[in-house]
Design a protein around this ligand. Sequence first.
Ligand SMILES: *Cc1c(COP(=O)(O)O)cnc(C)c1O
Length: 232
Amino acid sequence: MADIEKNLADVRKRIEIAAKKSGRCADDVTLVAVTKTHPAEMINEAIDCGVRDIGENKVQEILEKYDKVKKGVRWHLIGHLQTNKVKYIIDKVYMIHSVDSVKLMDEIERQAEKHGVSQIKILIEVNISGEETKFGIAPSEIDEMLDHAKALKCVKVCGLMTILPKIDSGISNRLHFHNIYNKFVDISQNKYDNIDMEFLSMGMSGDFEMAIEEGSNMVRVGTAIFGERDYS
Ligand SMILES: *Cc1c(COP(=O)(O)O)cnc(C)c1O
């Protein structure tokens, strides 16, 4: 059994140290506790230890756990979202991290309107490493997405998200983090309508310190809090 309280304290300490290295404080970094495959009881234990942001990568898992998890938390959808499933979670999630097409943005807008959700925060998922198997758009497509978002009423683009390949020397991953941070800053300075570059979601258990050092302000951490996942 994972000692969630101890692991959380450890992760928070590491966030604080990494944030200091980049001239910030721990409060500048939002910790999203990634709870996929874990039962509601474990999520509630984490909530008792102060966790307020919960990350799941599947619509189905959010639906299964939603009523069993304590209220007052913010659900983040961090995994790939199919357009036909937007309707199930539109009134449940605080933020969708994985928006990678104009079509998906439009469906989120449509369902938000239909369900009376006046604002839904989204992040644009960027595939910065160029890895073929990953979801996410190429950096060169970001402008098109931002342009499209200008006209939307409920959808609010509030940042970028990226996932990096796990198996790596680490040196090139640092460069990828650095490059997307620069992109994030560029967009912030351009001041697009309806775009508020508030969050840069990058960093997982294996690389969150490096991500924070390179400018991340939202990390998605699962294993380091809850232990290894059992997919059997
Ligand atoms: C599972 C997952 C994480 C967390 O991964 P860990 O290595 O367990 O910290 C972060 N982001 C996404 C998109 C995930 O699917």
